[in-house]
Ligand binder design. Sequence first.
Ligand SMILES: C[S@@+](CC[C@H](N)C(=O)[O-])C[C@H]1O[C@@H](n2cnc3c(N)ncnc32)[C@H](O)[C@@H]1O
Length: 182
Amino acid sequence: MKDEKHVGFQLEDWQIEERKYFVSLISESFPNLRRIIILDLCCGLGRDLKLFESWGLSGVGTDISKEVLEIACHQCYSLVLKSDMREIPFLDNYFTGVWACNCIHHIPESEVGMVFGEVFRVLKNDGVFFVSTNHLFPELEGSFIAHGFSILKSEKRRWKNPQSGIKRHSGIFFARKEESSL
Ligand SMILES: C[S@@+](CC[C@H](N)C(=O)[O-])C[C@H]1O[C@@H](n2cnc3c(N)ncnc32)[C@H](O)[C@@H]1O
């Protein structure tokens, strides 16, 4: 894997490590699969898609905002599509990983289950689901279990946005779609 922190991604070392860990979990789940394909749910400007590409992985980005997608499609080669995270326009069992960085708090808490249901549908069995969120929904952990995921790792983190300098709290979850569930 090429380390891309020097080419303007504005990611700190721990953020790059987090992304590497996500990819390592996918590789563990699919040791014999030649093509890892990641959905960057709410991809924004395509920063993470570009990083995944630089590691030789296939990615697809979706976002509700046409404006950010216009920038994303100039930043990276991956396909980007306008869609709502509650309705993912892909077939069942398509992706090996879904990366949802800093986005699920943009919808009402009562609708987070719709996103989890959609992610479960589009992930292959044993596929890996990453969520980071600024709101520490107390019942988020339960939502993973209720929607057929097992949590591999979770933590609460305090960090400072390197661009704005604003201090944040994040909840971070790495989960796996359970084959036998639902
Ligand atoms: C804080 S940004 C995070 C972007 C990117 N994941 C990152 O980490 O840089 C949140 C993104 O969620 C998108 N978004 C908000 N509501 C959405 C929805 N209902 N469906 C899909 N994308 C949505 C916004 O357009 C924005 O690009």
